[in-house]
Design a protein around this ligand. Sequence first.
Ligand SMILES: Cc1ncc(COP(=O)(O)O)c(C=O)c1O
Length: 398
Amino acid sequence: MINRLSDRSKKIKPSFTLEMTSKAAKLRSQGVDVINFSAGQPDFNTPKNIINAAKKAMDSGLTKYTSGSGIFELREAICNKLANENCISANTNQVLVSNGEKQSLYLACQALFQQNDEVLIFTPYWVSFPEFVILADATPIFVKTKIDKNFEPDFDDLKSKITSKTKGMIINTPSNPTGGVWSREAIEKSLKIASKNNITVISDECYERLVFNSHHEISEKINLEEKINAQILTCMSMSKTYAMTGWRIGYTYGNEEIVSAMSKIQGQSTSCANSIAQAASIEALSGDQSKVEVMKGQFKKRRDLMVNLLNSLPDVSCKIPGGAFYAFPSFEKYLGKKIKNITINNSFDLSDLFLSKANIATVPGDGFGASGFVRFSFATSEKDIVEGLSRIKDLLIN
Ligand SMILES: Cc1ncc(COP(=O)(O)O)c(C=O)c1O
């Protein structure tokens, strides 16, 4: 058969976090009692006031295409949010609303990078970052981080990876998959390196409201306060803060020229984001915020439970994640060993073992560039956390 597919379609990998979620869903539909620690989304429903705003939007006929860069009132609400929560003064032309932050990040890479460009990505990384870079025909360059310092950059490695081709740097704090939250100093240092080398920073801050022991300061705020003068595109999402993953609304704030180039590409690919979800997002950003704090409180309780139970497993160690809803324990001591007669060569083998022998869905760290690690999402009930970790303990002990 003649191969009709483009090289582009062949050179990227599918999102295997989504694959793990569908594997777990398939087993569940077959009646298997699967506990799902692979979810990358809150298990709560979207708050009622947001749902009601969507209903109202439909009833009042807000069911048509919107302006390509997003409903003006939503961009205004985003500017107000940036001012009130993040101490950033933005105008509506600097804001682009997309079909989820994932599209914002994709568009940023499309607008900024091309062949022969190199883009710095910190390991462990969110699965889509390298693929966005590859889809822009550029090359991802991986930079080490320090596990004992909340997965902050290894600055010696960072400096050694910069070449005349380095065009971009993707920052993600709090991080998926580690839950690591970088200190203000680490962000400042990274931005100074970027500024000095004329590197554009894409700052993915979708977990900004899920920081447990401190208040999240966005990179752009630090950039302005310290007068670093780095070029930053800030990408944010409604998904995690407001339990709105299925509504698909995210946004970018940054330099008007770059935002307008992104908007042009969006206009020729998806026109605009969903009108009803945009209307609901105005309510999410401007309405009652109490549910955000309630959800965060729940995540914190579950985090403490999950991390304690993970650290009670033999030969497993897990740092306390400062944000997001992921624990990222090391199972490195199991590499090369046999469990239930299966040799564990990498984290794919571990995740497969957890699913096949204990009905536990997790995401293997190899997919995030971290062999020997496994991502456990605690966006699930305390009952499931206790039962799931007890099943894994039985598996590892026997
Ligand atoms: C680090 C990171 N960035 C971006 C996204 C995308 O979020 P959205 O649902 O807004 O597309 C996710 C979703 O899992 C994520 O974990």
